[in-house]
Write a new protein. Structure first.
Length: 471
């Protein structure tokens, strides 16, 4: 090897001492402009009040910086130092708070007194601190701004919980046997927005009080919504929730109809009804493919069933139960020796075709579960910053806010080809673009290469956000 050779490729590393303001995140200002267009700084100023050490930064600057950090790909507080050291980004966005300052900002959301009722054993959902509630109000106002002008009449809400592993001593053991947390989100399918979230200890069952979580989400919808469709797994098979949905929910001073499709608990009583169905009652539950509908190993049937629990009021129509049975591959049995596995869905949608309804209810696996994957793996929701419960709750909610900001940026500012893009694609094609910031004639310029194929899209996106902000 030649003495002057540094590596296998023919180049040498030198430190740039030109003093030019270079940036590795030339597309990140578009995320911040989306926050501005949504009125996020003003909303944070109105609703979020925290006690903090005198750091010189406002609550709005902290929220903006954390969302920018998450969007850029950082998943721990120390990663913000990389953004702080970016000279070009500092000129474009201003100086960001340090990792230590952000840590104390998150600590300010925590109040140990709110956890006084937490038992040594057993599940407990504490009331949120005032600052965390304020961050929830920011989320609600973002949703109203994002949907302004569209006047949606219907909204599909998918509710689901997910496990976030954490090795912090303060975290609780989940049903998977690992320590962690189990937050719940309510996702608005048509608008690709997280309506509400509830951060929970890992030992809190997913089926604990789904009603309160749903009601918070419903109250975040715009006034134009006239009907709500709700989908969930069996965690939402709670009679208090079903009773409320049958009657409709009060939002904006009026009642909104709610139609639901929820996986039902397979009680012995329900299983007995399903097993006793005649063979003629079963129909193929077909898959939709590029070649059309094809039959598989699943079948469905209508089943008359009224649960013994007092869930249906006398003046109300009983719910509709749909049974599903899955047969094993030819010549095999399931590991438990049964010829079929049985499942059921409960709904108050009597007019829909049963096969169509079951496929629609199953679609939630590709919506809210995908959102959980994005929150935990594409964003930073999968890494808790500390052991303080409400600080972690704020971190999770900021990740939900980041998800919504990115969703609005894609739909309101970027071309349709970007709408289904995951974060790794956005970072590769847009956020992580190199540029140079220069001052010229009292103007600040962000210089990107002339051959950068997204330059036109970037410029048009800024124009669209400018129009959206004034709508």
């Amino acid at each position: 090897m030649m003495a002057s050779q540094e590596g296998l490729l023919p180049f040498k590393l030198i430190e740039d001492d030109s003093g030019e303001a270079l940036t590795s995140f030339g597309g990140l200002p578009l995320v911040v402009e989306t926050m501005e267009a949504l009125g996020l700084p003003g909303s944070v100023k109105r609703h979020v009040r925290i006690k903090r050490r005198d750091s010189g930064y406002t609550e709005s600057k902290y929220v903006e910086s954390v969302i920018a950090l998450i969007a850029a790909g950082g998943d721990c507080l120390e990663d913000i130092e990389q953004l702080r050291s970016d000279a070009g980004l500092k000129l474009l966005l201003g100086e960001m708070p340090s990792a230590e300052a952000v840590r104390f900002f998150l600590y300010a959301f925590h109040h140990e007194g709110q956890l006084e009722g937490r038992p040594l054993e057993g599940a407990f959902i504490p009331e949120e601190t005032e600052s965390l509630k304020g961050l929830g109000e920011v989320q609600r106002e973002l949703i109203l701004k994002a949907s302004r002008g569209e006047e949606p009449k219907a909204a599909t809400i998918d509710q689901d919980a997910t496990v976030v592993e954490s090795h912090k001593e303060e975290s609780k053991v989940t049903y998977l046997g690992e320590r962690g947390y189990q937050p719940v989100i309510n996702y608005w399918v048509e608008e690709d927005l997280i309506l509400s979230d509830e951060f929970r200890d890992g030992n809190v069952p997913a089926g604990m009080d789904p009603l309160s979580s749903f009601l918070r989400a419903a109250c975040c919808l715009p006034q134009s919504v006239e009907v709500i469709y709700f989908r969930s797994d069996s965690a939402a098979y709670q009679h208090k929730l079903l009773d409320t949905m049958r009657e409709g929910v009060q939002c904006w001073g009026r009642k909104i109809a709610v139609y639901f499709a929820i996986s039902a608990d397979m009680s012995e009583e329900l299983r007995g009804k399903i097993v006793s169905l005649s063979e003629g009652a079963w129909k193929p539950l077909r898959k939709i493919t590029d070649k059309g509908l094809i039959e598989g190993r699943k079948e469905w049937a209508e089943v008359e069933f009224i649960p013994s629990a007092p869930s249906v009021k006398k003046e109300m129509k009983p719910d509709r139960y749909l049974a599903i049975r899955v047969r094993p591959a030819q010549g095999e049995l399931f590991s438990d020796g049964n010829a079929y596995h049985y499942y059921a869905v409960v709904t108050n949608l009597w007019e829909w075709d049963g096969e169509e309804l079951l496929r629609w209810q199953r679609e939630r696996c590709g919506t809210v579960e995908k959102v959980h994957d994005v929150l935990k793996n594409d964003l930073a929701g999968g890494v808790m910053p500390c052991g303080r419960f409400f600080a972690n709750a704020a971190w999770w909610r900021l990740n939900c806010l980041c998800y919504n900001v990115i969703s609005v940026m894609k739909r309101k500012a970027l071309p349709p080809s970007f709408w289904p893009a995951r974060m790794k694609a956005l970072r590769f094609h847009l956020i992580g673009v190199a540029g140079k910031v220069v001052s010229h004639a009292r103007s600040m310029l962000l210089k990107l290469t002339e051959r950068y194929r997204c330059l036109i899209s970037y410029r048009e996106a800024r124009g669209r956000l400018l129009l959206f902000s004034s709508a």
